[in-house]
Design a protein around this ligand. Sequence first.
Ligand SMILES: [Fe+2]
Length: 278
Amino acid sequence: MNELHAETTATEDAPLSAYERAAEEGGDPRCIPQYLEEAPPVGSDIATPVYSDEHNQNWRYLFNRQMQLLPGRAGQSYMNGVRLLGMDDTGVPALRDLSTRMEAATGWCIARIPGLLHEKDFFKLLSERIFPSTDYIREKHELDYTPAPDCFHDMFGHMPMLTEPAVADFYHLFGKTALNATGIQRTWLERLHWFTIEFGLIRQAEGLRIFGAGIISSKNEVTHALSDAVDVRDFSMEAVINQDYEVWHLQPRLFALESFEQLEDAFRHWTKKEGLSI
Ligand SMILES: [Fe+2]
């Protein structure tokens, strides 16, 4: 999914359809959170679309561009995940195939969803160990940047990390916890999501590495994230939940984990302290 903050902007009192909202606001309908009207197809129930040559070329261009940048910058778990999921530059992968491989690795499945989801639907799927993903790819004029969700971000950005057991377990717990969160706790969880799943860094023996999907899937964020322009702080729950962020600019401050087990352990401890443990 694309950035969680966007999923929290619509009120639950006004469940208009994406197109109704777009018509009212004059915005891009792909950026408007939608309610799921029925259970989305999961795993082998997902039909694979026939992608045009141009869409497969868009995938190939983006895949090759990022894969030139990522060795030595992305974490080992991420690089392993790309191989494990069988992603390559031949074209847009089939969600059902990715789901089969991911399930074999960590028990996570994939659901095909139409676009940005309302947070309750999003958290509910995570709580069931199901990752919601789009299956359409950005157009040629959006290759450098798109504000809308698309499958390059969802598949290439997110899915490899869900083959890492500690991240898979953390994200499952995150979904279950988020369903129960209220008030300021929701803001805290939004920040945690942002600074880990979307923009997380990790220290490896070889040095600082990227694992967040928002960085991994963006050419500019990849080169920026490990540059001197970023103030990198040690990860702690307290530091992250108290750190506000700006969505529309390159990130000036990021947080580095010591390990993925640190993330899972720290979150589990925090949920107990907050009375949010499952
Ligand atoms: Fe995302």
